[in-house]
Ligand binder design. Structure first.
Ligand code: ADP
Ligand code: MG
Length: 204
């Protein structure tokens, strides 16, 4: 775990990444709350496309939450960062436009601690390029893992449970579950037989 006394005084980037349900938001909220306890100026952002928990907060599946500003793109985000802000938190970074990488770098260069959380892989286990790039540029990297819903092993993948041609489908438990490398099926459409292996096949 990152301890505050170990952090550099100058700006830097921290990336928290992993599959859905792995505790990315929990970890992000925990770090930002510690900064608030230390009376540092903190601003929290999320992309407005993610409306799962309402407009004004980031939240975890374990019901931790923190107030946040929903921003439509990286330019919008940059214009909202105040000069006196010391810590910038961004959740669901993979939903921003590609320019967010430059914005995060710029904020860190200005001396801010920038803590970002996001999915490293999409539902088919292909890297989100924004997160891949930020992982390479960050000073600190945390990979969070979930529990595989199928076998209980360590889960690094997000299994999509509904059919869609889109790379991004916003949703939580109804649309995705955490799976390990072995149980993950990268095809978008998962059949009833895969979801409920013990169920009787439908007869017609
Ligand atoms: P993320 O932001 O990575 O989606 P959250 O921080 O929102 O994750 O939620 C993490 C919490 O989700 C865990 O502490 C646990 O309470 C809950 N949870 C639900 N399903 C799982 C799972 N399959 N593996 C681990 N945690 C899970
Ligand atoms: Mg989250």
């Amino acid at each position: 775990m990152l301890r505050m006394h170990q952090l550099p005084r100058q700006g830097h980037i921290e990336v928290i990444c992993g599959p859905m349900f792995s505790g990315k938001s929990e970890t992000l909220i925990g770090r930002l709350r510690r900064s608030l306890i230390a009376k540092q100026r903190v601003q929290v952002f999320k992309p407005s496309v993610d409306d799962r928990y309402g407009e004004e907060r980031i939240a975890s599946h374990s019901e931790l939450w923190l107030e946040a500003k929903a921003t439509k793109d990286s330019t919008d985000l940059l214009t909202h960062v105040l000069p006196e802000t010391k810590v910038v938190g961004i959740d669901e970074i993979q939903f921003f436009d590609d320019d967010v990488v430059g914005v995060v770098e710029r904020l860190a260069d200005q001396g801010k601690r920038v803590v970002v959380a996001g999915l490293d892989l999409d539902y088919s286990a292909k890297p989100f390029s924004i997160v891949a790039e930020l992982l390479a540029r960050a000073e600190f990297v945390t990979k969070t893992l979930a529990v595989c819903i199928q076998c209980g092993d360590v889960a690094s993948r997000s299994q999509r449970l509904i059919a869609s041609a889109n790379r991004v489908v916003i949703g939580a438990k109804d649309a995705y579950e955490a799976r390990c490398r072995h149980c993950h099926d990268p095809r978008a459409e998962v059949t009833t037989a895969q979801l409920f292996p013990d169920s009787e096949p439908l007869s017609n």
